[in-house]
Each structure stands twice: as structure tokens, then as C-alpha cells.
Design a protein around this ligand. Structure first.
Ligand code: FAD
Length: 359
């Protein structure tokens, strides 16, 4: 099967890149699992908090906002984001407030908004009202839809196992089928450096880090639907309403090898204890738990664009904890770089996202 762009990885990174590149040529998207979004993209907290991340990520978040608000009827639902801290955490609280551009609020307002906050342990709070829930599943499906509408193809159960350079482009073996492509797009999430190694391209040093999540019954039987996302200072835990339940994460970033990951019981228990300390309702039952891999470049920003040594090998990697909120702008930037168009981003941001900064 021949194409212009062969995209490896059917998470949000690959789906969004494939959709944008399908304006430039024939695209095939390969995913090793049975469905799109099985790994990190199916396990996220589904938030759009535009101030979250290092500066180049924040630039991508902000440039993605219009898409999140308006494309295909919009993907956002108001949620809000509240940072909470105790009496001994004033310094860390001030740092997070500045970094995340939050508005400190009267503590009574925080108790009124989230009635389970413990007045003995939560004495400081700050809010960012415009943080939103993202409809992540619909985002992936809509990108796949626009890829197909442009004549592109999605192939699942297609694990890439061999990559070679042929006389007219890349020769890729996936799920027993041989593909030939002028350009290869590496959007394999935690596996991107393995894909690079298969292709004979120097890896960029992506580090997969596990983050776990527990689903709890609504604490104290409260209607949690209007609560904001809560976070402990220094991103030490967070909690988020989800379909009448509460998701609580230990917010760990434990370095692991790429794999189909799952929650670590001890890490989960310690994280739940940090959450419990700040609320009046004990955790009596965990309904389910899971984990996903957030894959970071050495400097924490995404890696977007042609490889400096092999420019027909395109990096779409290092989405970290921001893959959904950055996807619309990241995919546009990738397509502009590949298509030789001038970008909406200035040279400094482009350089801070380019693969050659990591060589
Ligand atoms: C607990 C948690 C909370 C998060 N919260 C948020 C949030 O609130 N907001 C936000 O924006 N982001 C969040 N993220 C981050 C976000 O989920 C990721 O940045 C994003 O999903 C990464 O997308 P991806 O496509 O790069 O990776 P993935 O979704 O992992 O996709 C990569 C795909 O490549 C495929 N693949 C790998 N190797 C091969 C191969 N050899 N052949 C074929 N296919 C292959 C895999 O099967 C996989 O499906 C969170 C992540 C976690 C874990």
C-alpha cells in the first residue's frame, strides 16, 4: 500500500496529525491496538487548562483554544480549577498561583463551592474559572473522520515491526502488510524512540512516566457535578468530578519503560491519603483504577517536525500531560512545517519545539 504520509500511532497525536496532513496528501494512520485511543489517550483527565505546562506548551494550548471552543460544535464544558493548600504551604501556594496564573479567593468561598474541604487543613485556595472539561473521545473520532473524508485510511491491529529505506521511500511492515510512504510520522506516544530505532533514526530521549487514577463514589453523597477540579500544591494530588463520581490521582510521574501500564497500589494509596488529608469525607471504596503513560522530552515540551538528519522522518512526540489541549495547534504546526508554509508561531516557539534542540 502506497501513501504520501504514513502516521504511526492512533492516539490523539497521530489522529490530529493525520487529519491535518490529509490536506497535503494521501495519509494512512497505523495503530497496533484494536481501536484508536487505547493507551495514554484513553486514560487522561480530559482537562483544558491553558496555563498548564512550560512556555512552548502554553503557546500551543492558547493557539488551540479557538478549536476547542468552536470546532464541530466545540469540545468544552465549564469546570474550573481550584488549587488548595494548608497553613504550612503558603510559599508553595504562592509559587503555584503565579505559575498557573490563578486568582486567590476567600477561603469561605472555597468551602462553599466544595463543601468537603477540611477547614483544619485547607486554609488557602485559588481559582481559574475558565479551565474546561474536554470531550477527548469525540476529538479523536472527529480527527479520524476528517482524515477519512480527505481520502485517508485508518488501519488498526497494525503493529509496525519493521522499517527500512527503499529506493523510493520508507518500507514499513505492519500487521502483515507492507506499506510504502514518502514520509513517516512518528506519533507512537511512549514508543516513539523505539520507532526511531527501528527506522535507524537517532532517538530524542522521550521518557514515559506513569500516572494513576482512582474512581470513587461521590464523597458524602454530594452532587459533585459543579465542583471544580481540585489540586494540591506542587501537583501532589488532584481530584475531578466525572459522571457523578470523583476521580482522584496521586499525580505521580514515575519513570517506566513503554508498556500497557496499570496503577501501582501503593502509589495509589499514598495519593489517596494526601487527598483525604484535605477533605472531611474518608475514602471508603475505590470503584476502579487505571494508569496511563505521559511521555516527556528532556525539557518537557513537545517534539514537532522533521528530524534534522533524516527530514522525511517527522517527529510528533513528547505530548506529556498536554496531548489533548495542545493537539489542534500542534497538528497545524506539524502540517505547516511539513508543507513548507509559514507558521502562526514565532521562530522562538518553533525552535523550542523542534527536534534538533535535543541533538
Ligand atoms: C492520568 C493522565 C491524565 C492526563 N490528563 C490530561 C489532561 O487533562 N489534558 C491533556 O491534554 N492531556 C492529559 N494527559 C496526557 C494525554 O493523555 C497524552 O499527552 C496524550 O494522550 C498522548 O497522546 P499520544 O497520541 O502521543 O499517545 P498515545 O495515546 O499513547 O498513542 C500512541 C499510540 O501509538 C501506538 N503505537 C505504539 N507503537 C506502535 C507500533 N509499533 N505500531 C503501531 N502503533 C503503535 C500505541 O498503541 C498508541 O495507541 C493525561 C495523561 C494521563 C496518563
Amino acid at each position: 500500500m502506497k501513501c504520501d504520509f504514513l502516521v504511526i500511532g492512533g492516539g490523539i497525536a497521530g489522529a490530529s496529525a493525520a487529519a491535518r496532513l490529509s490536506d497535503l496528501g494521501h495519509v494512512v494512520l497505523l495503530e497496533m491496538e484494536e481501536a484508536l485511543g487505547y493507551h495514554a489517550s484513553g486514560r487522561s483527565a480530559a482537562m483544558f487548562e491553558e496555563n498548564y505546562g512550560p512556555a512552548p506548551v502554553v503557546a500551543l494550548n492558547r493557539a488551540s483554544a479557538d478549536y476547542h471552543y468552536n470546532a464541530n460544535g466545540g469540545y468544552l464544558t465549564p469546570r474550573g480549577f481550584m488549587l488548595v493548600a494548608g497553613p504550612t504551604q503558603a510559599e508553595d501556594f504562592a509559587r503555584d498561583v503565579e505559575e498557573l496564573n490563578l486568582n486567590p479567593i476567600a477561603i469561605e468561598d472555597a468551602y462553599a463551592r466544595v463543601p468537603i474541604l477540611n477547614p483544619e487543613t485547607v486554609t488557602l485556595a485559588a481559582l481559574h474559572e475558565t479551565a474546561q472539561d474536554l470531550d477527548t473521545d469525540r476529538m479523536i473520532q472527529d480527527f479520524a473522520k476528517s482524515l477519512r473524508a480527505n481520502g485517508g485510511k485508518v488501519v488498526t491491529r497494525a503493529e509496525v515491526t519493521n522499517i527500512e529505506r527503499g529506493p523510493t521511500g520508507w518500507q514499513v511492515l505492519a500487521g502483515g502488510t507492507q506499506y510504502e510512504a514518502a514520509q513517516l510520522v512518528n506519533a507512537a506516544g511512549a514508543w516513539v524512540d523505539q520507532i526511531a530505532a527501528l527506522a535507524g533514526v537517532q532517538p530524542v530521549g522521550i521518557q514515559p512516566k506513569r500516572r494513576s487514577m482512582a474512581r470513587l463514589p461521590a464523597p458524602g453523597g454530594h452532587d459533585v457535578s459543579t465542583w471544580p477540579m481540585l489540586m494540591g500544591v506542587g501537583e501532589s494530588w488532584y481530584a475531578k468530578p466525572d459522571a457523578g463520581k470523583l476521580l482522584v490521582s496521586p499525580a505521580e510521574a514515575d519513570l517506566v519503560v513503554p508498556h500497557d501500564t496499570f496503577a501501582d497500589d501503593m502509589v495509589l494509596a499514598e495519593g489517596l491519603a494526601r487527598y483525604e488529608e484535605m477533605v472531611t469525607t474518608p475514602v471508603t471504596r475505590v470503584e476502579s483504577n487505571w494508569a496511563g503513560l505521559r511521555s516527556f522530552s528532556p525539557d518537557g515540551s513537545l517534539v514537532l517536525g522533521p528530524d534534522p538528519d533524516q527530514p522525511d522522518f517527522i517527529w510528533c512526540a513528547g505530548q506529556g500531560g498536554y496531548g489533548f489541549q495542545t493537539a489542534p495547534a500542534a497538528a497545524r504546526l506539524l502540517a505547516d512545517l511539513v508543507g513548507g508554509k509559514s507558521s502562526e508561531f514565532d521562530a522562538q516557539i518553533c525552535a523550542a519545539l523542534a527536534p534538533d534542540r535535543l541533538r
